[in-house]
Design a protein around this ligand. Structure first.
Ligand code: COA
Length: 261
């Protein structure tokens, strides 16, 4: 695995933990960090030994406190458009990854940090996590697809309220909104993410990738088109060795041994 300036990576038994590592800036996403995330997720996509990803932030205070405001401050409108388009492409790469991505949110997830979390497949949060899209208070709107993802995940009235006020909210509220699936004590966050990742890494990897493709299309497609894609992906499962193994194991009353083929 390559070395990065702003990211830490650790691989244990088919799971990669990616830590955004700028704790002195509350892990704010600068240009280097976005470029490194882009490169790393290409590697993760290509590396068949990796079956699940955990993303978290370094230090006890922040997951990611936003895009780097010092860098934003200097941009021309033209540069801002490219920054937004590149950021969207990086987060799309995360959302469209053919392996599950878990956000382990260990503190502030604001602005670009919230948008990073929204692009992950499953989010779990520590009790001290604080979420928000405060861009409006900086004279901005979200630029890494936060307006699009949040408006699709929340009831419209709540999305409008949160984006227009820029107000932050805590982990319990995020759980109530359905934006995270679990809240843990701070010290239990990474163990909980690890346990979930281990569970997902044991599922048949090819079939997981087909399932993710079906789920990823759900937000983007008319239902009948989505159903047609689902039928094709369902049929593709029947080409995998793991489908034969999973169904044989059930019929033979034993546990399946998946080979991820
Ligand atoms: N971009 C650049 N630097 C940031 C940052 C960001 N999004 N968020 C925090 N930092 C930096 C601070 O400037 C500070 O750097 P310094 O020590 O060199 O002055 C350092 O991280 C620590 O932050 P600080 O503000 O001192 O911590 P705090 O505990 O008092 O406040 C926050 C924490 C999250 C409330 C506050 O940092 C904040 O409001 N950050 C910006 C959040 C935001 O608007 N994000 C959306 C950006 S689009």
């Amino acid at each position: 695995m390559q070395q990065f300036e702003t990211l830490l990576t650790e691989i244990t038994s088919n799971i990669i933990t990616v830590t955004i590592n700028r704790p002195d800036k509350l892990n704010a996403l600068n240009k280097a960090c976005m470029q490194e995330l882009d490169a790393l997720f290409t590697t993760i996509e290509e590396d068949e030994s990796i079956r699940c990803v955990i993303i978290t932030g370094a230090g006890p205070k922040a997951f990611v406190a936003g895009a780097d405001i010092a860098e934003l401050h200097e941009l021309t409108p033209e540069e801002a458009k490219s920054v937004s388009e590149f950021g969207q492409s990086v987060f799309n790469k995360i959302e469209l990854l053919a392996k599950p991505v878990i956000a382990a949110i260990n503190g502030f997830a604001l602005g670009g940090g919230a948008e990073l979390a929204w692009s992950c497949h499953i989010r779990i949060a520590a009790e001290n996590a604080r979420f928000g899209q405060p861009e409006i208070n900086l004279g901005l709107i979200p630029g890494y697809a936060g307006t699009q993802r949040l408006a699709r995940m929340l009831p419209r009235t709540k999305a409008y309220e949160l984006l227009l006020t820029g107000d932050a909210f805590d982990a319990a509220t995020a759980l109530h909104y359905g934006l995270v699936s679990k809240v843990t004590k701070a010290e239990e966050l990474l163990p909980a993410a690890g346990e979930l990742a281990e569970k997902l890494a044991q599922k048949p990897a090819k079939v997981v990738s087909l399932l993710l493709k079906a789920l990823q299309s759900a937000a983007e497609t008319f239902q009948l088109d989505g159903q047609s894609l689902e039928a094709s992906l369902f049929s593709s499962c029947f080409c995998t060795e793991d489908f034969k193994e999973g169904t044989s194991a059930f019929l033979e009353k034993r546990k399946p041994i998946f080979k991820h083929r």
